[in-house]
Structure formats: C-alpha cells, structure tokens
Design a binder for this molecule. Sequence first.
Ligand SMILES: NC(=O)c1ccc[n+]([C@@H]2O[C@H](COP(=O)([O-])OP(=O)(O)OC[C@H]3O[C@@H](n4cnc5c(N)ncnc54)[C@H](OP(=O)(O)O)[C@@H]3O)[C@@H](O)[C@H]2O)c1
Length: 186
Amino acid sequence: METIKKNKFPIVSIVAISNDFIIGDGKKMLWYLPNDLARLKTITLGNPLIMGRKTFDSIGKPLPGRANIILTTKRNLKNDIQFDKYFVQSFEDAVIKANDWIVKKYEKNEQIKKKIFIFGGGEIYKLAISFCSQIELTLVDVNLRNGVSFPHINEEKWDKKLIQKVAGNKSCPPHSFWVYDRKIKL
Ligand SMILES: NC(=O)c1ccc[n+]([C@@H]2O[C@H](COP(=O)([O-])OP(=O)(O)OC[C@H]3O[C@@H](n4cnc5c(N)ncnc54)[C@H](OP(=O)(O)O)[C@@H]3O)[C@@H](O)[C@H]2O)c1
C-alpha cells in the first residue's frame, strides 16, 4: 500500500457531494446536473477510472474513452477489452491495472498529464482517499441527511480553490466546482 502513495500517476477523487457529504442513495445519484456531467467527461476522458461494482451497475455500461476498472469480490465477472471494462479484486490491483493501461495506451510524452480517477462510490472513496493528492469536487447546495457518504475532508489538510459557481434553476440545485490539493505531498 505504501507504494501506491508514490504512484507514478496522481490519484484523484472526482465526486459530487451535498452540503452534508451525501453522494447517493446506494443505487443512484440524487440530482441531475447536466453541466457537471459534461465537466466530468472533459476531466476524465483519456484516463482510467476506478469504481465500485455498485457504481458501475448504476451507470449500466462502460464509459467510453476511459478504462473502467471495477472493484468486486465476485470472481465470475468477465473483462471486456473492446469496451475497456476490467474487473479487479483489490484496490492495489486496480491501481496496477490503471498504471498498465496508461503505459500501454499512451506514449511517454502523453503519459505526463495522465491521472487515475477514483470514481466512487462511498466504499471506494473510503479505500482511496488517503492515496489521493487531489479532489475534483462538485458541491451541490442541498441537505440530504441520509444516504451513502463521502469520507470527511479535514479542510486543514487541503488547499481548496473555487473554479466556478453555478446558479440553480427549476431542474437543478445551485452548485459549485472546486479543486482540493493536498497540502503535504504523499
Ligand atoms: N455523487 C457522486 O459523485 C457519486 C459517484 C459515484 C457513485 N455515487 C453513488 O454511490 C452509491 C454507491 O456507493 P456504494 O458505497 O454503495 O458502492 P460502491 O463503492 O460503488 O461499490 C461497492 C462494491 O465495490 C466492491 N468492493 C468494495 N470494496 C472492495 C474491495 N476492497 N475489494 C473488492 N471489491 C470491493 C464490492 O462489490 P461486490 O459486491 O461485487 O463484491 C462492493 O459491494 C450510489 O448511490 C451511486 O450513485 C455517487
């Protein structure tokens, strides 16, 4: 696990949370924010995603242009190389798979900008947060109280930068985009 902290590619959580750190109800997200989805696509395209089996099931299909690395304890699930869908049984194997995917797919000069994205859900954020050097965070201005949560962020340990505030409308709540950078390098 110590070697993951020194991983060649930065490990970055990408998440949308409510004011009280809720990320979903266990099956789905609790809001629909089209511009957040567009932003998420722009940020993650060309990079590997690590996600839990429940999150993968909730999305329903591999996301194109990215490696979809899915953590599960089930041993009977089949990889689908054509659609970049890979099942792994541990977080360590997920990071190894993500590294291999980048190195095989991209030339050295392209690898420089690559990141490994932690794509959720709650169980996987908890496994991964101590290895993350950055969090791409969408703060959704709603209070939900119940649901699957993101691990507590100790604000003293992160530099946070506001990227953009988005006003709410009839169909989506106000939200804002933030980037958190870990103050002390891993
Ligand atoms: N707001 C956001 O940004 C965001 C992002 C992603 C997801 N979500 C939401 O998060 C919720 C799902 O989160 P969740 O915590 O319930 O589930 P999850 O983290 O998506 O998946 C949990 C599953 O991952 C596998 N797993 C976990 N730890 C493992 C380990 N150490 N080794 C091997 N496999 C492991 C297990 O799969 P098996 O049961 O197959 O063994 C486990 O059941 C949904 O509501 C989803 O919509 C929100």
